[in-house]
Design a protein around this ligand. Sequence first.
Ligand code: FES
Length: 520
Amino acid sequence: MATTQSSSFHLRDGNTQSPWQINPLSEALASKNDPPDTSRIYDAIIIGAGITGITTSLLLQKTGKRCLLIDGQQFGFGTTGGTSAHLNTFFDATYPEIERDFGKEAAALTAKAGKEVIAFIAALIKDYQIDCDFDYKDAYLFSETEKESKQLRAILACSQRAGIAVEEASENGVPIPYDQAILFKQQGQFHPIKYTSKLLEAYLELGGDLMENTFIIKNSFDGKCHIAESATAIFKGHAIVYATHIPPGINQFNFRCAAYRSYVLGVRLKDDNYPSALIYDMQEPYHYFRTHHIDGQDYLIVGGEDHKTGHGDPEVAFKRLEDYVRRYYAIASVDYRWSAQYYIPVDGLPYIGQFPNNAPGVYIATGFNGNGMIFGTLSAKIISDLILKHENSYGSLFNPSRMKPIAGFSEFLKENTDAAYHFIADRFTTKEIETAHAIASGEGMVVDYQGQKLALYKDETGHITALNPTCTHAGCIVTYNSAEKSWDCPCHGGRYDLQGHVITGPPLKNLEKISLENDD
Ligand code: FES
């Protein structure tokens, strides 16, 4: 199966293809995008049409609020189109970590949130009769070393104390030798684009406005309402929601969240050894497994080999992941391979609510770690309640203004030492890599060319596109992502396509295009 997306597929922020992209749009969505009324003051402008933005828009529109949902590209273009779509009540921040850093009540509240969100997603699926392959699943977490087993026992005890249905297990659900395993009940999985596209349809049917391919370059507050500006239009609203992971511009969340990429394979097996549960090991970074039935065919979905954005070699990550799967499974073919971006928060929990140091009515939702489907939906509930002035029992725990002393702060500083390094060293030192002519067709690299750093990409016809590799966010030097054919920033996860257009924030401006002397 081809791994390059074509226009008949749902678009995504990269060159690889996730199976969720094979989902022909309904007529309702194909005929959307009527220009909104720019003279209107909306109740809320929601920027970013992934699971967070779409669910927030629907929840608000349902109450009679008038919403405008805006995306720089197409709905589901970012992580929602590249998630591995697990629905869990346990998270990348484990219950022992949440208990240690936030207390037992916070661990219980987080557990309650996870359970409620899965039930809420199931209810939306029922209410809107969404055919999105949703299934409740058991999930195994297993250890392979004595150190991991000790951690696993702590996870079992703290998870139970938090109110999670979890127990010791006598199997781990995959043909991988293990030491100990535990089983979480009532987890879930679904098809993220089938799910969000139907929520989007419901939103449009309620009269919600949608603007795709509209990149917001500036926001302001005139004392009465918020103003969002694209290159060609101005929109006004009483509230603004950044459902864009990191909010744009330079702000504290560039340093409170670190951008990571995760790698996923969709594999056909020679036998019928597909797992019936969701499975996770405890390696660093961990691997995850599940099965999805796509177009009459079962696929083993396996992920892992995560690394900080712009810091690893995607092809090496894919190879390691495939080698790992081949050790335990008889692979007939690897039909899908894709990567997606997520953000690790410094203290483990997401930041959801009023954007600190901004005018009232500006909201953010970020730092979901690898649990974006759950925390994206939770964000929609919290933020819509904030806008509607309803009580929400989770608002204070996830408040972006929390100033907790952080147990893992030294780890965070280490993470962001990278950012500081690139800030200074990459801007003011030069290191010859190669001249432009040494680039292979279909490849990109940053070179020193006539005393200037250039991001060069040579296409299959030999034409070279040259860009200024200085990230327009805060000046780090981008690196070439050979798998996704993009320019990725190693500092805060900003990403650009081969023409230099922003595909992932926080940058707001495109990379500068450079004319080469031999450029026609
Ligand atoms: Fe911050 Fe590039 S994303 S410098």
